[in-house]
Design a binder for this molecule. Structure first.
Ligand SMILES: Cc1cc2nc3c(=O)[nH]c(=O)nc-3n(C[C@H](O)[C@H](O)[C@H](O)COP(=O)(O)OP(=O)(O)OC[C@H]3O[C@@H](n4cnc5c(N)ncnc54)[C@H](O)[C@@H]3O)c2cc1C
Length: 457
């Protein structure tokens, strides 16, 4: 048995945990970072980075298929999965190495092993007892399933989907949210027949309705099938694949079923409740300053109810480190955290939908402008359609931006600044957007809302 004392112990070395550790050491605190698997967590090893690498391979496949349209002759011979995997793993390995180097250079003590909260100031890892005035819980999340739907064999979650060694000919996907539509997009580009089942009335159901509808049109045009507003009933497996039955009696035959119905918090059996931390349906309940019910114990990232996104976890990590160091950082509401879906087409949004803005401010106090990418030169050059919608309070600030089209994820930076700085379209309109960029579409929407549209009516 050994005992080590620190200013801060962070349980979980994913996006949230390592960000908290990095910021805390910058602020002069001594930090132990406990990780049972690999530093970087879900995002680096099983989430954001590998899936975006896959989506890039998918984009290259589509570009090479369509290259004749741009006067470039190529022959598309197919998808070489071992090579895709080598490329994807190469990206992850390089980022992992960089992260390990950074954590070491900052003087963070990494403790390898599974940690358990044994008191408000103690974390036990094997024979080692770590004590600190403050503890940050950052244990992340796992792929959930539905009651009665067992994962195994040809019924898989995103982890197994990433590790597939072949392109399935036919795939069924349960869940039309971010993870479901990103895999649908990849597989379609790789040549699979794809069908999505979503119980809610729309794909990407957390987005502005007009964006979801455009998204559905785009997926339909790509030949991706989907059933909306219908629940999954059952699945059976055989040597030939799976048969998925929906509540309306419809069946879908496929080689495999990807279950992408959301992520549950990894909080069970870690001593949280025994130490007095309030848990609700597995999530750790915090106040807006990420304090749990136990003084000195904070929770961050996917275990805190709300958006499950890596950049929210980074922000949470930085926030708690600064809070513990007494810097009184600013709270960022989940609504003002940008969201990007990296499928083809991409979807990017921040702030309130028009409907939510009307609920909050009154329907007559909200207005919007929807700029069609058909008017945007760069979008035409790269062959994408889509739109940029800006929602504002009448005579007030921009409260939401909702975009769809190839590469619009790259436009979210300006959009989130406008929303978080509560800019008026009149503030943004005189500022210059480079030509020809897709960014101009955002500029055009701001010009229109400021009453001086340029390339629009
Ligand atoms: C397929 C997929 C794609 C995604 N794509 C994106 C994207 O493009 N953009 C985006 O923003 N987000 C994306 N996400 C979500 C993102 O990965 C998560 O929001 C983010 O990783 C959450 O960070 P976290 O620190 O809360 O948890 P995690 O990253 O899950 O880290 C938790 C860490 O804690 C460790 N741990 C758990 N329990 C213990 C214990 N008892 N002792 C020691 N260590 C422990 C785990 O091993 C893990 O490393 C994606 C997720 C998936 C699954």
């Amino acid at each position: 048995m050994s005992e080590q004392n620190f200013d801060l112990v962070v349980l979980g070395g994913g996006s949230g945990g390592y960000a908290a550790a990095l910021r805390a050491t910058e602020l002069g605190l001594s930090v132990a970072l406990v990780e049972k698997d690999k530093l970087g967590g879900t995002c680096l090893h099983r989430g954001c980075i590998p899936t975006k690498a896959l989506l890039h391979s998918a984009e290259v496949a589509d570009v090479s298929r369509e290259s004749a349209k741009y006067g470039v002759s190529t022959d598309f011979h197919g998808i070489d999965i071992p090579a895709v995997t080598a490329y994807r793993e190469g990206v992850v390995a390089s980022k992992y190495k960089g992260l390990q180097g950074l954590v070491k250079a900052r003087g963070i003590t990494v403790i390898e092993g599974e940690g358990r909260l044994t008191s408000p100031t103690t974390v036990q890892v094997g024979e080692t007892t770590l004590t600190a005035k403050n503890v940050v819980l950052a244990t992340g999340s796992y792929s959930r399933s539905l009651p009665g739907l067992e994962i195994g064999g040809k019924v898989i979650t995103s982890e197994a989907a990433l590790a597939l060694d072949h392109v399935p000919a036919r795939v069924a996907i349960l869940g039309g949210g971010v993870i479901g539509v990103e895999f649908a997009s990849v597989w379609k580009s790789f040549g699979s027949d794809v069908t999505i089942v979503e119980a809610l009335p729309h794909l990407v159901p957390n987005e502005e309705e007009s964006i979801s509808k455009q998204f559905e049109r785009a997926f339909r045009k790509r030949g991706i099938g989907f059933s909306l507003g219908v629940r999954f009933e059952s699945v059976s497996q055989s040597d030939d694949g799976v048969v998925v039955t929906l509540e309306d009696g419809k069946t879908i035959e496929a080689d495999l079923l990807l279950v992408a119905v959301g992520r549950g918090p990894s909080t069970q059996g870690l001593g949280f409740e025994e130490a007095g931390v309030t848990i609700d349906r597995g999530f750790v309940i915090t106040d807006e300053r990420l304090r749990t019910s136990v003084p000195g114990v904070f929770a961050i990232g996917d275990i805190v109810p709300g958006l499950q996104l890596a950049h929210r976890s980074f922000q949470h990590g930085i926030f708690v480190a600064e809070e513990i160091a007494g810097l009184a950082p600013q709270v960022i509401e989940d609504t003002n955290i940008p969201k990007v879906t990296y499928s083809d087409p991409e979807v990017a949004s921040v702030g309130l939908t028009e409907a939510k803005a009307a609920e909050k401010h009154g329907a007559d106090k909200v207005t919007s402008y929807d700029y069609n990418l058909a008017g945007n030169g760069k979008s035409h050059i790269i062959g994408t359609s889509g739109s940029v919608k800006v929602v504002r309070v009448v005579d007030g600030p921009v409260v939401g931006v909702h975009m769809i089209g190839a590469r619009v994820g790259e436009l979210i930076g300006e959009a989130q600044l406008a929303v978080n700085w509560e800019a008026y379209p009149e503030d943004v309109a005189p500022l210059v957007h480079a030509h020809p960029t897709q960014n101009e579409a955002l500029g055009e929407a701001m010009l229109a809302l400021a009453g001086k549209p340029l390339h629009a009516m």
